[in-house]
Design a protein around this ligand. Structure first.
Ligand SMILES: [Zn+2]
Length: 314
């Protein structure tokens, strides 16, 4: 049995023909063409995919396909309702791919796919429950409970970035103010760093472009401003993480996305914050959740799409 697994990203679409074990028999990658109108980039994707499937000798052994896609996804219908950076509106991914492989196609959003990948093929596969937070341009979220993904009606839940943590706070892309995403995404960290640089033009941080990496690097080098930025960031991240610990009491919290590249320089101060807060209301009487960095790197989306296809087609 062979599965088609695809991870649609902002710059490239990566996929492959896989065995259930996670072994990739043949991989492929196409540019996303985010510069083109959405109808054209989607048509190019489907055309490229059709060529790949036709060139794959064992195509008759494909039993199902799994797709991870950014944006708002209707996982029941397999439609991308809206993906801002792809300019996709009401794009029927399932129908288009089923017409190529003539087998069932399952679609989920990219954060859910990444979490499924980590929980099926990554270091956290030994756990039954986890929360995933992708700390990138925004915050992507995924919830995994009792061995299964929890994604709400039509797969539209688990928007973990849009919990308000500061009343009347920073504006969020969703239209509300004070969302977790507006304080704990990479964008928020960079914004805070830039504001600090404007006030402290002589700081080490002012000597290069402000990025999540430059902030953590300057903090390690002892820069006062950068350390203030990291403290500010970790405190806001900690507020959100602690809320999720109180609600779900997961075995693991998994971090991915740009800020997670800081590794222990992120996790150690976060762990200190959570210790100070006793790991939540039940923390004294319960095992502490493991804080982990996603272990599969950029393969998590594809392997999650594979896990989705395998699980749904059984
Ligand atoms: Zn929001």
């Amino acid at each position: 049995m062979i599965y088609l697994a695809i991870d649609i990203g902002g710059t490239s679409i990566k996929g492959g023909f896989y065995e259930e074990s996670g072994n990739c028999l043949k991989g492929f990658s196409f540019p996303t063409h985010g510069d083109l109108p959405g109808t054209e980039s989607f048509a190019a994707f489907i055309s490229n995919l059709k060529n790949e499937v036709e060139a794959f000798a064992d195509r008759d052994s494909i039993v199902a396909a799994g797709i991870g896609c950014p944006g708002t996804i209707d996982s029941l219908k397999g439609i991308c309702n809206f993906a801002n950076n792809l300019d996709w509106h009401e794009v029927n991914i399932r129908e288009a791919i089923e017409s190529i492989i003539h087998r069932p196609v399952f679609v989920t959003n990219d954060a859910n796919a990444a979490l499924l990948g980590e929980m099926t093929y990554g270091d956290c596969k030994k756990y039954r429950s986890a929360i995933l937070l992708t700390l990138g341009t925004g915050i992507g979220g995924g919830i995994y409970l009792n061995g299964e993904l929890f994604d709400g009606e039509e797969g539209k839940g688990a928007e973990l970035g849009h919990m308000v943590i500061v009343k009347d706070g920073e504006p969020c892309t969703c239209g509300r103010k004070g969302c977790f995403e507006a304080y704990a995404s990479a964008t928020a960290l960079i914004r805070h760093g830039q504001e600090g640089v404007a006030r402290n033009p002589n700081s080490l941080l002012a000597k290069s472009l402000v990025t999540a990496k430059s902030i953590f690097d300057a903090a390690k080098a002892g820069d006062v401003l950068a350390n203030e930025c990291v403290d500010w960031y970790v405190e806001h991240l900690g507020i959100g993480v602690l809320n999720y610990i109180n609600i779900f009491r997961p075995q693991a919290i998994i971090f991915s996305g740009g800020v997670s590249n800081a590794g222990d320089r992120l996790l150690n101060p976060l762990r200190e914050y959570l210790e100070k807060e006793n790991w939540g209301i039940a923390g004294r009487w319960c095992a502490k959740p493991v804080l982990a960095i996603a272990s599969l790197g950029d393969r998590s989306g594809r392997l999650g799409a594979l896990a989705l296809a395998v699980r749904k087609s059984k």
